[in-house]
Design a protein around this ligand. Sequence first.
Ligand code: NDP
Length: 292
Amino acid sequence: MEGVQEYMSAIINGQEIGQEIRNEVAKRVAHLKERGLTPGLAVVLVGDNQASATYVRNKQKSCEAIGMFSELVKLPEATTQEELLTQIQNLNEREDIHGILVQLPLPKHIDEDTVIATIAVEKDVDGFSPVSVGKMMLGQETFLPCTPFGVMKLLEYSGIDIAGKHAVIVGRSHIVGKPMGQLLLQKDATVTYTHSKTPDLPYFTKQADILIAAVGRANFITKEHVKEGAVVIDVGINRDEHNKLCGDVDFAQVDGIASHITPVPGGVGPMTITMLLFNTVQAAENTFAQTN
Ligand code: NDP
């Protein structure tokens, strides 16, 4: 019948998948605690950015919910780079801290690259340091950046085959787009990166079996970007013109065209914190294995 969609896209539920993984992580935490080791995450927050403060609070709450120890290192906006580096070096040395996360963005007078590179690689649970990124590129064991790692888990738990598929990534940031393509490549996808200088974006996105939107523009991906039956993963977290939370994908338009789609909220969002916890318990297990 005209105007009636033949089928609805399957919703990839990040809330449920995230909870399933967090339950597993909680078991691993309990196992370590029985052996006298409590996994600990230090979260470093510099300045008064309200959004950052909210993210940090959520991360701490999530740690506590699964029995991990978390410590907030809250520093004033005027903190110098040297002072911040000293704080990180102290955290690198501490035996009760297994993961270190520096909440970005940092105040303008601090060089983020230098700060991130100072985090000990065995505690770099965000996977942002140059050594972690290099290891990821080489396919060596390391902490994977939480958002793309979370997307890989969404695909895995949803039973979506990656090998041989054409994955198109919209966005090439260091924290999402670039590592996303690498992780998909490692699982034998054919990967195309697109970005703001890509002419005729729909030409590329329409070829995607797996389409990842990491742009940061509300409802940017519409039905003309999506091939029928594609898996559509929406990383974006934006506000629409009514100040309502929305993704990079116009869900209403793409629902029914995609075979699978992630909603916003409740898709990729819950996976990012989940994978941070996953990496932190892994860091603690690595320490335990080295000292026992
Ligand atoms: P960035 O702003 O760092 O990168 C955006 C990318 O989109 C850039 O590579 C840019 O291209 C590209 N882009 C911008 N406009 C266009 C366009 N018109 N056509 C094609 N590509 C375009 O953002 P992030 O990667 O940090 O984040 C992307 C989104 O994901 C945001 O909404 C963010 O809030 C969200 N996010 C969600 C997370 C989660 O937990 N779910 C975690 C991290 C981010 P160019 O490089 O050429 O400028």
